[in-house]
Design a protein around this ligand. Structure first.
Ligand code: CP
Length: 310
């Protein structure tokens, strides 16, 4: 039986390098499988999703991933059309979804929401974004993208730029990178540095420098991971306006980077990567989103089937 069978996915901190590599191997297998064989993996299983915050990629990629392994999905993508509006609690909503589905995907604005749901649910829970805390399946997809596009993760120089305070993908990525031997540069406005409560934990496993200056690092990076300033998480709009547009990656910056460097972004993008970067060979953010479909299919197959896609 595979070790992910019937297990929740709440935090990437729960996985070591060997477990991440197992997920990547399973993803490779999923990508190579004939579509008709892939559809046998989770035939008859149901994925339930509960999205208390907006999503395009995460929800649709889980939907698409579930269909690709032969299952079906149902759920709530707009909470304003659910009984939450009548006052139903998260706990009761989770209990209901565990009756209707075999595995549950939850996105919620509160830190700790997925762990709370996992305690209540009779079915495995996958964290699809919990407050500013974590987005573990995004980090799995990000690490897989780096591995596929750079052929390795160890030894790389990785810049992460933008909103490092509120961007939950950043925390999951940093915890995941802590399993590898990488040189990380955290580039942000002073007010958007990673949160001090997380710095200590990240530092235990990862070497990084913090800076506001992207220019001095450009020529040396293998990967530039760009993030959106998370306007919706600022308690004060004035503070958002001070940092809006702090970094815009354009062709001018790209020219100063290594020829084989890659640009990643969890998306959605607002204005932090200029549209004309999209057509360069370095732009891998849409490919990264595509890999998310396969990493999620691999995770679903391992959670729902004893053998997974092994
Ligand atoms: N990367 C990501 O989580 O995108 P969505 O918010 O569209 O799901």
């Amino acid at each position: 039986m595979n070790e992910f069978y019937c297990k929740d996915i709440i935090s990437i901190k729960d996985y070591d390098k060997s477990q991440l590599e197992t997920i990547f191997a399973s993803t490779d297998k999923i990508m190579q499988l004939d579509p008709s064989d892939r559809r046998e993996l989770c035939r008859g299983k149901t994925l339930g999703y509960l999205f208390y915050e907006p999503s395009t990629r995460t929800r649709l990629s889980f939907d698409s991933a579930m269909a690709s392994v032969g299952g079906n999905s149902l759920g709530i993508s707009d909470i304003s059309y659910s009984s939450t509006q009548k006052g139903e609690s998260l706990a009761d909503t989770v209990k209901m979804m565990s009756i209707y589905s075999d595995v549950m995907v939850l996105r919620h604005p509160l830190d700790g929401s997925s762990r709370f749901a996992a305690e209540i649910s009779d079915r495995p829970v996958i964290n699809a974004g919990s407050g500013t805390e974590e987005h573990p399946t995004q980090a799995i997809q990000d690490l897989f993208t780096i591995k596929k596009e750079k052929k390795k993760i160890d030894g790389l120089k990785i810049g992460i730029v933008g909103d490092l305070k509120y961007g939950r993908t950043v925390y999951s990525l940093l915890y995941g990178l802590g399993n590898y031997d990488v040189d990380v540069r955290l580039i942000s406005p002073e007010s958007l540095r990673i949160r001090p409560d997380s710095t200590y934990e990240i530092k235990k496993k990862l070497d990084f420098v913090e800076t506001v200056d992207i220019e001095e690092h450009l020529d040396d990076l293998d990967v530039l991971y760009v993030t959106r300033i998370q306007k919706e998480r600022f308690p004060d709009e004035e503070e958002y306006l001070k940092v809006r547009g702090s970094y815009v990656v354009g062709l001018d910056m790209l020219k100063r980077m290594k020829d084989d460097s890659i640009i990643l972004h969890p998306l959605p993008r607002i204005d932090e990567i200029a549209a004309d970067v999209d057509r360069t060979k370095n732009a891998k953010y849409f490919k990264q989103a595509e890999y998310g479909k396969y990493t999620r299919a691999a995770l679903l197959s391992m959670i729902l089937c004893k053998d997974g896609a092994s």
